[in-house]
Design a protein around this ligand. Structure first.
Ligand SMILES: C=C(O[C@H]1C=CC=C(C(=O)O)[C@@H]1O)C(=O)O
Length: 413
């Protein structure tokens, strides 16, 4: 499906005195946010929206973006990651999804990184240039929204996991990631920035994202690109935090020694390395995973970095990587077929790529986990899943999804 005609954008970035926290510069109803540890970018307004669906959604967005970048006039006084022409993106997990994959160029972006802060203004060529100072509005109150699940959600998820285990035993797949949903509704007028701000406060080590209603705090870096270098953090394998320091350390140690979790993790690392191989040189990661501590859980994690060998942009690398076995499975095509067969819902942007891209093909993208899609009317669908491999236990898998819902549940309570 194709986007509309590409307009010529005029982009100006200039340095800004310390703007304080950034959330207040985003729009209340449709915030564009990408933050981690107090640094990041927030956008308001919409200069351009590129939209695609289907099998070629990522390559089509990448091609459109190249045209936008090639024709834009950019005056960038700051020249840091996140300055100049930027689009925020959220991409549907599945080629079969009815949900749109989008790149959105805001009218205004306010950003900060360390000591530096900046404002970027974007106009469509020929238009009067937008005026000066960024406008911050106070964040609305947190809201309490119960997220509902069906009475038999536990039994249903366990039945799915058992079916997946049968298919694994039969040799159809070695790993498949299965998810479930919770639903709720934001009260009218609720400030969506508040949800993102609460997630960022509770999970400062995660990427807090908000793009086209997809809002969450993801620990998993799908891919970061900076001037020819790439890096990513692969996560797969999960354990609940223990109560008390000793039990907590024991939980991490058990996770690190768990054969089942190590297998689950290895599939995800292998799929990322295989996807990046044709585009990268000097790829390296740890020989064995480390345990990543988050407020709600432990993950097995591997950091990978390398150099881009073929001038691929961050969007090209997303096309190569998505879906990794952290959210799809192994082998990829058979796992995606199994997900389509077993999960009774369209994943939308859940487990899809979300992040930002600049005019040079740099950017940071996470896998859209630990979040929810909030539609314009306020309907919320939250998603969480887990990797199933030989040896997975259906009851534990259900509990694991419960732990992964905590960020969004807590932010709404
Ligand atoms: C699929 C999810 O998490 C993935 C990322 C980290 C650990 C995972 C796991 O242990 O199953 C999943 O692969 C999710 O949060 O919905």
């Amino acid at each position: 499906m194709s986007s509309r005609v590409i307009p010529r954008l005029h982009v100006t970035t200039r340095a800004l005195a310390d703007p304080g926290t950034l959330f207040g510069f985003a729009s209340r109803t449709d915030p564009l946010i990408w933050m981690r540890g107090g640094a990041g970018i927030v956008g308001s307004g919409e200069a351009l929206r590129l939209v695609h669906t289907g099998e070629d959604r990522i390559t089509d967005l990448a091609a459109d973006w190249q045209s936008v970048a090639a024709s834009a006039r950019v005056d960038d006084d700051v020249r840091l990651p996140g300055t100049g022409l930027i689009a925020f993106g959220t991409i549907a997990f599945s080629a079969a999804s009815a949900t749109e994959s989008v790149l959105i160029v805001p009218r205004q972006i306010v950003g900060r990184s360390g000591e530096h802060a900046w404002i970027t203004e974007i106009s469509i060529d020929g238009e009067a240039y937008p005026e000066g100072a960024p406008v911050r509005t106070p964040l609305g109150e947190s809201v309490t929204v119960p997220l509902a699940e069906d009475a038999d959600a536990d039994q249903r998820h366990q039945a799915l996991v058992r079916t997946a285990l049968e298919r694994i035993a039969r040799g159809d797949v070695a790993k498949v990631v299965l998810a479930r949903t919770l639903t709720g509704r934001l009260p009218e007028g609720a400030d969506r920035r508040r949800l993102a701000a609460d997630l960022a406060a509770a999970y400062p080590q995660c990427w807090t994202y908000a793009v086209d209603g997809m809002i969450g705090a993801s620990p998993e870096t799908l891919i970061s690109v900076r001037a020819g270098s790439l890096s990513l953090r692969v996560l797969a394998g999960t354990a609940a935090r223990g109560h008390g320091a000793e039990a907590d350390q024991a939980a991490a140690d058990t996770l690190l020694e768990s054969r089942k979790d190590r297998d689950e993790h290895a599939y995800a690392v292998r799929s990322a390395l295989a996807a990046l191989g044709p585009h990268a040189a000097g790829l390296h990661g740890q020989d064995s995973p480390f345990t990543l501590r988050l407020p709600n859980l432990w993950h097995l994690a591997t950091d990978i970095s390398g150099r881009i060998s073929d001038r691929a942009s961050v969007l090209d690398l997303i096309q190569a990587l998505h879906p990794t076995a952290a959210v799809g499975g192994t082998p990829t095509a058979a796992a995606i077929d199994l997900i389509d067969e077993l999960e009774p819902f369209d994943r939308g942007r859940y487990a899809g790529p979300t992040g930002w891209v600049d005019a040079h093909g740099n950017g940071d993208w996470a896998i859209a986990l630990r979040g929810a899609q909030v539609d314009p009317a306020g309907d919320i669908t939250a998603y969480a899943g887990g990797g199933i491999v030989a040896g997975s236990d259906p009851a534990s898998e259900f509990r694991e999804t419960g732990i992964k819902f905590r960020p969004i549940r807590d932010a709404l309570s």
